[in-house]
Design a protein around this ligand. Structure first.
Ligand SMILES: [Zn+2]
Length: 145
């Protein structure tokens, strides 16, 4: 098995972990790792190399290095969860908003996702489970877990 095959297996294992962590949020995504094939995208009048993106039901990761690729995978996965759970209903509600505002919101969301990736990658490395639910249900008597 060569290095790329090992990395691909590693990345698919990370994807399965993410699917387990976010079970119930309807995220069924596949991985397509294309090391070094960075596409260019225009966002808010400037061009950017993409490290990763989601098209249809597939996460594309373009970064070569293993740990970095795993973080890009995590970023794109979380971004899809946030889009599904927050952005889509929000966009429906605010269809009148300008493209300029959407661009600002996009970069703010990117920054938040990067914080989450940092937290999650530290948590997985130390094999500790992150408690993602910060809201306690009243009908459960306010107990966590
Ligand atoms: Zn992103």
């Amino acid at each position: 098995m060569d290095k790329d095959e090992k990395t691909l297996i590693f990345l698919n294992e990370r994807l399965e972990e993410l699917k387990k962590m976010f079970r119930g949020h309807g995220v069924e995504l596949k991985l397509n790792w294309m090391p070094g094939k960075f596409p260019v995208e225009k966002i808010g009048g400037a061009e950017y190399f993409l490290n990763g993106e989601v098209k249809d039901d597939t996460i594309f990761v373009y970064v070569t290095e293993r740990e970095e690729a795993a973080n890009v995978l995590m970023h794109e996965f979380i971004e899809q969860v946030l889009k599904k759970e927050f952005s889509e209903p929000y966009v429906l509600l605010t269809q009148m908003m300008s493209q300029a505002y959407e661009d600002v919101a996009y970069f703010r969301q990117e920054a938040v996702i990067n914080v989450l990736v940092t937290l999650l990658s530290k948590a997985t490395r130390t094999k500790k489970l992150l408690k993602l639910d910060i809201i306690r249900r009243v009908e459960d008597g306010g107990k966590t877990g």
